[in-house]
Structures are given as structure tokens and as C-alpha cells.
Design a protein around this ligand. Structure first.
Ligand code: SF4
Length: 412
């Protein structure tokens, strides 16, 4: 029987790229296998049990140690899908890159930017991230329910959609929107959850009054790259050529080098002037074209987190601060990519930058290291975070006033 759900509108157009994918999800990940599909293998296809092992989860699909691909991956396609059909795919393989959760009796589906085709559709497609009703014949056998006790499904959806809508606001640049979202997240935490459906919309409309004065630090762009390198050095080693290219562009643009072994950052007297020139070019030449992409990126983060009910971090404010640091990282990486191309890069390059960062950052399992780095740099404080995300100057106040006009006129 078909189930009804609320899904991100762009998913209507999604189809896996198959052997044309530039960063297939079958590589480098232990795709989980659910117990229902394992039981199906035991009864109907016991030969498939040879492809099942344990690792990142109790049951995962085996990877070829030479290639790091799933052992069933052949010629750019999934061997189980080809020979047995989609009914024999576990939930993780069947649904990836979609992410399905419940808010009580409502089911909500979106998808992860770690898939290049999702990045293209979500950030550059026409449909965007608003919710549409959809019907599905299959849903994951186990759905995590994010509904807090104090709310009913409709109230929780109202809060989530208020954040999604605010993230796509056209009255201000995404840097200001990011700062607003963090301010509101901090305020909501002080209220009883039962009042969130009424309070969220009001707070989001009046968020500018809650912004802390920005507190910039000239080391921020260098610390952003260094923080990313620190997270990478703590992660399981794995070839990540697309991410390495993104990082190499950032090193060149900032006139720094990352030690390949220790990932320590080495600056030169040219580094800060290089950043000033880069920032100037971003504001004058590239920001107008890329701010709509950043706005969609922000909406995609809130959608995948089912914000404020889920996400990376313990509380709404902590989760929003982590999204804020990632926003600043993506913005810096896009700026570096523009510098590498001496102009607005082709769409495929923008997709590579955003997808490669998502593929790494969205799969960190534990926020402890990220939070300790962000604490040390001061980025968890609202004033520091506001400056970090780029809402840090009189210039940005003026941009907020004129942004509605420029975004309406802009086509990437
Ligand atoms: S990453 Fe996306 S497009 Fe690529 S193989 Fe996986 S689902 Fe298909």
C-alpha cells in the first residue's frame, strides 16, 4: 500500500546517475544492511550473505579492500540491483541519498548533498526544498521519530517549515540569514518547547533585533581551513580526490600550505593580503551570483537535520553553530574555487566543491572534536559566529537593504 509523506520538492526529479556518477556512494562507506533484508537473503537468496559483514554497523555490505567499493559494485552499477531487483536492496542502498524520518504520524523525506545529483537538483534546480506531498510504495523498515513530547506533529512541522522558509528569505544575503537563524536558535532554547510553533515564526521575522555585534578575527579564514584539515586528519584515511582538490584551491587562494602529514597550516607574509584581495573580489565580482546557492545550501542543511529536532550536536543552538561554521567553510571554498577559475566556475565545479565537503562533513559520527575546535576558536559565541559567517560589516547592512532587488534580478 502506498504511504504518504512530505518530501523536498527537488526529490521529484531525482534519479541515481549510476555509472555516470563522479563520486559513487558505493565507495568508501560501509552501507548498512537492515535485519529485514538480511532475513530475506537467508530465505530467498542465501548466496548474497557472502556480501554481508560487520563494521561501522552491526550489519554492513562488504567492501573490496583493493578498490574500497562494495563487493557487489560492478561496471559502475550495483550487482544486486541488476540481478535481483530493488526489492533485494537493503534500506540504506535502496533509499540513499534520501533520508526519511518521522515527526509523530508525519513522515518527512529529503536527501543528502553528499550525492552529486542531489547537490545539482537541490542547489541549482527549479523545485527547491519546500515540502510537497508524495506517495511511496516502500518506506524504511525503521523510522526514527524526532517528535518531542511537548509538540504534536502539526506543531513540529510548523516549526521546521518556519526555519526552512526563513533560510530561503530573499530580504537579506544568506550571511545575515545564517546569523539570524543562530540568534533565534539560541532564543528558542530558553522557551518551553510547547510554545515553539507560535514563537518560531515571530522570532524569525524579528531576528535582526537579537543579533550580537559582530566580532571579527583576521585569523578566521585560516582557522577555517585548519579546522577542516584537523577533522580530516582525525578521520579514517580514505582517498578523497574531489575533496583534496577543493582543499588545494583553498590553500592556493589563501597563500598557505597544509603539511601533508601533520595537516598543520603554514602561513606566509603574503597570506593575509591574499585573503583581503580574495574577499574584495568575492564582494565585488562573485557574491551576487553565488549567494542564491548558499541560501539553498542553508535550506538543505536544515532539511537534512529536520531542524531544530535533529542534527549534528546536542541542542538547537549547538547544531546551528555547527551549521554556521560549515556555512563559512563552504563560502570560503566557493571563493577559492572562483579564484582558481578567475571567475564564476562552471556548475559542475560548484557541485564538486559543495558535494565533496558534504560527503566528508555530513558523515562525521561524533560532534565532540568539531565542537572542541570551534570552542577554542570562539566560534560558538554568537558575536564571533556572526563575523565568521560573513555578516560582519556596515557593508553587509547595506547589502541587506538591497538584497531583495538583486536576488530577484539574478539568474545563475
Ligand atoms: S552518489 Fe548519488 S548519483 Fe552517485 S551512485 Fe550514489 S545515489 Fe547514485
Amino acid at each position: 500500500m502506498a504511504s504518504s509523506l512530505h518530501q523536498s520538492a527537488f526529490l521529484e526529479g531525482f534519479a541515481c546517475l549510476g555509472d555516470a556518477c563522479e563520486d559513487t556512494c558505493c565507495k568508501g562507506w560501509g552501507m548498512q544492511l537492515d535485519p529485514v533484508t538480511k532475513a530475506k537473503y537467508e530465505k530467498q537468496a542465501p548466496e548474497l550473505l557472502d556480501a554481508v559483514t560487520t563494521g561501522e554497523a552491526e550489519l554492513i555490505m562488504k567492501r573490496d579492500p583493493q578498490t574500497d567499493y562494495c563487493v557487489k559494485f560492478a561496471g559502475g552499477l550495483c550487482g544486486i540491483h541488476q540481478s535481483y531487483g530493488t526489492d533485494f536492496l537493503g534500506d540504506a542502498c535502496h533509499f540513499f541519498p534520501r533520508s526519511t524520518r518521522s515527526l509523530g504520524d508525519r513522515t518527512v523525506m529529503t536527501a543528502a548533498l553528499s550525492c552529486p545529483e542531489v547537490t545539482r537538483l537541490a542547489l541549482f534546480g527549479e523545485s527547491g526544498l519546500t515540502h510537497r506531498e508524495a506517495a511511496y510504495d516502500r518506506l524504511p523498515w525503521s523510522l526514527k521519530n524526532y517528535l518531542p513530547e511537548a509538540l504534536d506533529s502539526e506543531g513540529a512541522l510548523t516549526v521546521h517549515r518556519a526555519f526552512l522558509e526563513a533560510a530561503g528569505a530573499e530580504d537579506a544575503p544568506p550571511e545575515r540569514v545564517m546569523a539570524r537563524l543562530h540568534a533565534v536558535a539560541t532564543s528558542l532554547e530558553m522557551l518551553d518547547q510547547a510554545s515553539w510553533p507560535q514563537a518560531a515564526g515571530f522570532y524569525l521575522k524579528n531576528a535582526d533585533m537579537r543579533l550580537a555585534p559582530p566580532e571579527p578575527n583576521p585569523n578566521d579564514p585560516f582557522n577555517l581551513l585548519h579546522a577542516l584539515a584537523g577533522l580530516l586528519s582525525a578521520a579514517k584515511p580514505s582517498p578523497r580526490p574531489r575533496l583534496e582538490q577543493t582543499i588545494a584551491d583553498m590553500e592556493r587562494a589563501l597563500c598557505v600550505t597544509l603539511d601533508p602529514h601533520t595537516r598543520a597550516i603554514i602561513t606566509t607574509p603574503e597570506s593575509f593580503p591574499a585573503w583581503q584581495r580574495l574577499y574584495g573580489r568575492w564582494e565585488r565580482e562573485w557574491a551576487t551570483a553565488l549567494r542564491p546557492v548558499l541560501a539553498r545550501w542553508l535550506q538543505a542543511q536544515l532539511a537534512i537535520a529536520l531542524y531544530p529536532f535533529g542534527g549534528f550536536g546536542e541542542s538547537p543552538a549547538e547544531r546551528m553553530a555547527i551549521i554556521g561554521v560549515r556555512f563559512a567553510t563552504v563560502r570560503l571554498a566557493l571563493t577559492a574555487c572562483c579564484a582558481a577559475h578567475d571567475g564564476i566556475p562552471p556548475e559542475q565545479e560548484l557541485i564538486r566543491v559543495i558535494q565533496s565537503l558534504s560527503r566528508f562533513l555530513d558523515h562525521l559520527a561524533d560532534p565532540t572534536l568539531s565542537l572542541s575546535i570551534y570552542e577554542e576558536t570562539g566560534w560558538l559565541r554568537p558575536a564571533r559566529l556572526r563575523a565568521l559567517v560573513g555578516d560582519n560589516s556596515l557593508q553587509s547592512q547595506a547589502q541587506t537593504a538591497s538584497y531583495g532587488k538583486t536576488i530577484a534580478a539574478h539568474q545563475l
